[in-house]
Design a protein around this ligand. Structure first.
Ligand code: DGL
Length: 271
């Protein structure tokens, strides 16, 4: 795969654009293909088998566009489908779990670490295992936050309602000795203000987006796959349903207007 091939990035919907944003900032010369599997969102409430099937279909779609790396910008898919994806595709596959864990470990000051995640991610134990593998004995509190992603999708990311929902899912964490919360879902960085308001100044809030982008740069560099400076980057966006919605909602996640979003049919006859 040549240096001009793109980076494939997928999520169940718009949340992964928070990771894409970090990739664009760190590696502006790289072409990127983003796929939001909006037809099948949310992944967070589905079984491991179903999420894995969806993730493999998303990977196949992106591989057809000629990619040199695949970034799983969805914590749920990263938690349950990474081994299957790595077996399935020829290019390096990066998930967001290890990156978030690294940030949490860099931030904690000896207290407990909380993982805020979808039900599927919390149930998988992926963050909990990675944290305690790195620091045996670390106290980890996992909280499933099923109302967060819909809240973010509806654009309610600040104010009394957002804070009430944050309190509902994460209230009392500081009292449990938690000093760091790792955002184990790519939708959650948008709730950062509401989270900070509820959790207070003693609790650090971290996510893995920037670390994934840095790790991606490192892997591409190691393999001699970095696009040379000055390469005009191609950026394409796909959604499996309602592309207009991804375009309208996406700018908030991407931090820039999302250009035209193309419709992708992952399960078309013959695929
Ligand atoms: N972006 C997904 C994740 O990071 C959350 C939304 C969903 O449940 O599909 O897990």
């Amino acid at each position: 795969m040549g240096v001009t091939a793109g980076i494939g990035v997928f999520d169940s919907g718009v949340g992964g654009l928070t990771v894409l944003r970090a990739i664009h900032a760190a590696l502006p010369e790289e072409s990127t293909y983003y796929l939001g599997d909006s037809a099948r969102m949310p992944y967070g409430a589905k079984s491991q088998e179903t999420v894995t099937r969806y993730a493999l279909a998303a990977a196949d779609f992106l591989c057809e566009l000629r990619i040199k790396a695949l970034v799983v910008a969805c914590s749920t898919a990263s938690s349950v489908a990474l081994p299957a994806l790595r077996e399935h595709v020829q290019v390096p596959v990066l998930g967001v779990v290890e990156a978030g864990v690294a940030r949490a470990l860099a931030s904690t000051r000896g207290g407990a670490v909380a993982v805020a995640a979808t039900e599927g991610t919390a149930r998988s134990g992926a963050y909990q295992r990675a944290l305690t593998r790195a620091v045996p004995g670390l106290r980890v509190v996992a909280r499933a936050c099923p109302l967060f992603a819909p809240l973010v999708e509806e654009g309610t990311v600040e104010g009394p309602l957002a804070e009430a929902v944050v309190r509902h899912h994460l209230g009392g964490l500081a009292d449990e000795g938690v000093d760091t919360v790792v955002l184990g879902c790519t939708h959650y960085p948008l709730l950062r203000h509401a989270l900070a308001a509820v959790l207070g100044p003693g609790v650090e809030i971290v996510d893995g987006a920037e670390s994934v982008a840095a790790e991606l740069g490192r892997i591409l560099g190691e393999r001699g796959l970095r696009a040379p400076a000055g390469t005009p980057a191609v950026r394409r966006y796909f959604a499996t349903d309602a592309p207009d919605r991804l375009q309208a909602l996406g700018s908030r996640f991407l931090g820039a207007p999302v250009p035209q979003v193309e419709l992708a049919d992952l399960f078309a006859p013959g695929k």
